[in-house]
Design a protein around this ligand. Structure first.
Ligand code: NAD
Length: 467
């Protein structure tokens, strides 16, 4: 039983959803498998709770800061549960809990302010920001807590209420998180619903929802946009990526190899902003392949609860099948595995960290998001060719450039078509920055003040200077 202070929520009776431990492939617990017909009641209650919650920003700040403290205090319950259902090493689960609390604090204290409109007319005109109403937050299984808080923290701080739907692969830590957070908030301000589809589709389509904020794959993002079309709810979509890392001729391979490796393999490659393709000047190609392969071979892969493990399993069986299929096709098409290339023997969804070379440029392992511990390393002859390849997909989440001359690297980074470009790093995000994919990687902006305004509508008041 959790030792943290958590509001007791009445257990839903009825169908249950088995939750599997990806380190064994065996069920270890259950969550309610709620049917979409619960949504009318849940959304109506979220709407009723909104009337009080939207009125006073100072009270929201106090409640959300108390909730963030409670989340931090519940770390010893949340982190092991997250590792058990998601698979990641325990230290990373603790880091995820810490980032969840940090994000809640950041948004709790962010003030949207009131902006005067100065256009020279004799009118006092200003923008006051208003919340939207009940928000539907739908998130995937790779960072269940962090991504949930990326949705509910700005939405609640802005004065909305939230109905949160985690992935059916990872419902448990989210339910515990929500009960801990809810204990510091008025009733029905934050509600979690768990279950299989069409629960998410029906939530996105619900006429009482005013904003659907979704993180997940591009195909599901399209479905969510369609679902929300009838109610014309605002949609924010944070979707898939296939980030490229472009190495320059002056790169110091030994100096950057660890950073580049972990930028690709952290969380078993199940990171929307992982490095998924590496473009290397042809003369450096074998040195880079060797440096990455050496790290892949020495990485300890094992259950996340084992302190020795550096990489856990993939989260679920369909994801393992997708990574296996994609890798097998690349190998059949002429690629060579400099490390890995196969799943690990034994139970659980483990896949050996894989470095691929001799990969055809148009192979799906390069052009699609495989979302696993597999990294193709591609040689290039001219920088223009490398940038054309890096930019030549429908994705545009992140990208990076690696070299010793930082001015030159920055000039090259400026040519990447994506939402965030890094130099000699990848996927280092600040709470204060806008987070937005370009092309099909996203619609709308999360993060920083933009994330708060994404949950507000401008309300403009005009007042003449004289009666
Ligand atoms: P997914 O799109 O399959 O599912 C995401 C969520 O949507 C889950 O809760 C799922 O149950 C729900 N869902 C499924 N069908 C739905 C429907 N028709 N309507 C509404 N909801 C539905 O994604 P996944 O496999 O869980 O996660 C991996 C994907 O998420 C990858 O593509 C990854 O790049 C992406 N992702 C993006 C970001 C980002 O910030 N851009 C962050 C993390 C993950």
């Amino acid at each position: 039983m959790p030792t943290s202070r958590a509001r007791r929520t009445p257990e839903a009776h009825g169908p249950r959803l088995a939750v599997l431990d990806p380190a064994t492939g065996e069920p270890f617990d259950q969550a309610p498998d709620q049917r979409p017909d619960v949504l009318d009641t849940v959304v109506a209650r979220a709407h009723a709770a909104w009337r009080g919650w939207r009125t006073e920003r100072a009270a929201r700040t106090t409640a959300l800061l108390a909730a963030a403290d409670a989340v931090e205090a519940a770390g010893n319950d949340l982190a092991p549960l997250l590792t058990r259902e998601q698979g990641k090493p325990l230290a990373e689960s603790y880091a995820e809990v810490a980032r969840t609390a940090a994000r809640m604090r950041y948004f709790a204290e962010l003030d949207p302010g009131v902006q005067p409109i100065a256009d020279g007319r004799p009118v006092r005109s200003e923008i006051r920001w208003r919340p939207l109403g009940p928000v539907a937050a739908i998130v995937p299984w790779n960072f269940p807590l962090q991504l949930a808080s990326a949705k509910f923290a700005p939405a609640l701080a802005a004065g909305n209420t939230v109905v949160l739907k985690p992935s059916p692969f990872t419902p448990l830590a989210t339910r515990l998180l929500a009960s801990v957070v809810s204990a510091a908030l008025p009733e029905d301000v934050l509600t979690v619903v768990t279950g299989r589809e069409p629960l998410g589709a029906r939530l996105a389509a619900h006429p009482g929802i005013r904003h659907v904020t979704f993180t997940g794959s591009i195909p599901t993002g399209r479905a969510v946009a369609r679902s929300a079309a009838d109610s014309l709810a605002r949609t924010t979509l944070e979707l898939g990526g296939n980030d490229a890392a472009v190495l320059l001729e002056d790169v110091d391979v030994e100096r950057i190899a660890d950073r580049l490796f972990w930028a690709a393999f952290r969380n078993c490659g199940q990171v929307c902003m992982a490095v998924k393709r590496v473009y290397v000047p042809a003369p450096l190609h074998s040195e880079v392949v060797e440096a990455l392969a050496q790290r892949a071979k020495s990485t300890v892969v094992g259950p996340g609860l084992d302190p020795a493990s550096q990489l856990g399993p993939l989260n679920n069986a369909p994801q393992l099948a997708r990574v296996e299929r994609c890798t097998a096709q690349a190998l059949a098409d002429g690629a060579r595995a400099a490390a890995g290339g196969h799943r690990q023997a034994g139970p659980g969804y483990f896949f050996a960290p894989t470095i691929l070379t001799d990969v055809p440029a148009d192979n799906p392992v390069v052009t699609e998001e495989q979302f696993g511990p597999v990294l193709p390393v591609l040689p290039y002859r001219s920088l223009d060719d490398a940038l054309e390849a890096a930019n030549g997909t429908g994705f545009g989440l992140g990208g990076s450039v690696w070299g010793t001359d930082l001015d030159r690297a920055e000039a090259v980074a400026d040519r990447l078509e994506c939402g965030t470009a890094w130099i000699n790093h990848h996927a280092e995000l600040s709470l204060a920055q806008p987070f937005a994919g370009s092309k099909q990687s996203g619609v709308g902006v999360a993060g920083g003040p933009w994330g708060l305004y994404g949950n507000l509508r401008p309300f403009v008041v005009h007042r003449p200077e004289e009666t």
